[in-house]
Design a protein around this ligand. Sequence first.
Ligand code: ADP
Ligand code: ASP
Ligand code: MG
Length: 469
Amino acid sequence: MKTLVMKFGGTSVGGAEAMAKSAEIVRAAKKDWPQVAVIVSAMSGVTDALLKGAHTAAAGDAETFRHIAKELHAKHEIAIHDLVGAIRESPLRENIEPYLAEFESLCHAVNILGEASPRAIDAISSLGERMSIHLIAARLREIGIEAEAVEASELILTDDMFGSANPQMEETAAKCELRLRPLMRRGGVPVITGFIGATRSGAVTTLGRGGSDYSAGIIGAAMAADEVWIWTDVNGVMTADPRVAADAQTLPELSFREISELAYYGAKVLHPKTIRPVIERGIQLWIKNTFNPSHPGTLIVPDNGRAAGAIKAVTAIKGQSLITIEGRGMLGVPGVAARTFGAVARSRVSVTLITQASSEQSICFSAPSASVSRVIAALEEEFRLELARRDIDSVTAINDAVIVTVVGAGMKYTPGLAGKIFSALGSANVNVIAIAQGSSECSISLVVDAKEADEAVRAIHDLIIAKRA
Ligand code: ADP
Ligand code: ASP
Ligand code: MG
């Protein structure tokens, strides 16, 4: 029987009105699809609020998390009131309240300890999804669909990398089959928490910020779905973030390589890890707009060959630092790059971009600014001898950098593109600090100062819209 997995993001469940729209979308899909599973995010803003509660509590503030609990209570209360008939309000309230109580007691514990472990952070940040599933399931029942709220801690088995846990796919598939299939076979709709999983011992983990998309990919793969539809607040994947370039246009089709590069380099519309489990199994992936459901959105295809138009989209990833290791003594010495990236890997930081000067006198790469002090410490430790001998002069970092990436599978067949990009940036007075070409040849990345990032995106976007590149 054909299976559809749909995921609704934070704004799609941001309040009663949006939830009602999402529920209608599920009802419409049920007409065409015998088996439907739904993944939902927390109501928009809730995960941020939960995390703020945890961090302020850890920093010694015993007040803020209590205010946040009240605000979250009010937010869910308004939604409850508008979502279901009066007699069904109080059972729904009883579903939500234990999580708010749990939030307060976890924050209280963190406050007393004076620190929040990654495990505690995951326990706290998972609560938003654990509440929202009850609201959506209740709304679906309200409009006549058999729906059951299911916590993904029962479905997705992960390792214990709290904060960015990795699923064990085989066992996850077995759990999903056992828990979800009977319900779906008889036409019921499981409403599953996005974002979370659990370790073998039952501790709740999270898959990383924005990870509900990934949950949809995991469950889609586990249930051997025919299609996965990601419902969000824009008309699919666009030529740029519409918040930065107001004239951004929807891309009707994008190859999985293109969407992977875009997602990896900051296009928030899809979590980068979503793509692999889905594409590997030949599952169709769509990105659609909850607030404009008749718009077809974007279809992700395996490969679009020599698609027309070289550059398809431009994106930016903020909060980066550019780290440089420099020294004449590095010239021709084998192994410096390996040692550099070995040291970075040991500090558990993942490198976002690498460039190397051809003279081999420097290695330059970027990493998230939040981890830069860890990276520099690891490099100074690795190259202690070389630094003392002055073979390596310095390990330095430029902060407030942004990586701007242009993406398009047709780029490798199009000569002269780099020139067009640079002259557009030159005309906009944007200074390029470093450049790297993606190994898949479907992206080029430029590092610019944070202050010039939006301007850089718009300048390149103008080339796309005017079909000049
Ligand atoms: P959700 O809560 O539904 O997961 P997100 O906020 O995570 O939604 O992602 C959707 C947002 O991604 C859009 O509102 C848009 O501002 C942003 N975005 C960034 N780059 C792009 C892009 N290239 N195309 C579409 N949206 C983008
Ligand atoms: N609620 C989670 C977050 O805000 C996951 C998601 O929305 O995808 O990061
Ligand atoms: Mg998202």
